[in-house]
Design a protein around this ligand. Structure first.
Ligand SMILES: [Ca+2]
Length: 121
């Protein structure tokens, strides 16, 4: 009779130990899952922040570009220098550049001989 009680007690103690261990394990896994979820949330937040920052940088780039373009309107026929577009027509004496590349329509006629170089000296 005593042996049976001892065995039953041992089984109960064993179950309690296993149960406790399992509980710890389950809560450990649960914590891990929670941490993974938190990491995923952080990752999402990081991505949102970087996306927002990138789009703001793009916007400010566009603003800077449009400001500099409206400030320095340069004729595309003279890509290496910035000469304001025709009209009004300019002479070589009215600009501070010489021997610059001329492409396209050359509205100011800086390259009268047509060799691709403007205001040769
Ligand atoms: Ca020329």
């Amino acid at each position: 009779m005593k042996i049976i009680i001892i065995v039953v007690l041992a089984i109960i103690v064993g179950l309690v130990i296993i149960g406790g261990g399992l509980g710890t394990f389950v809560s450990y896994v649960g914590e891990g899952t929670e941490k993974i979820k938190q990491n995923e949330k952080l990752q999402d937040i990081k991505e949102q922040i970087s996306t927002t920052i990138n789009s703001e940088i793009e916007k400010s780039d566009i603003v800077i570009k449009s400001i500099s373009e409206s400030k320095n309107k340069c004729d595309p026929s003279y890509p290496d220098v910035c000469i304001s577009p025709y009209p009004p027509g300019l002479d070589c004496g009215e600009i501070s550049y010489s021997n610059f590349r001329v492409i396209g329509s050359d509205p100011h006629e800086f390259d009268k001989d047509g060799n691709g170089i403007g205001c040769e000296k």
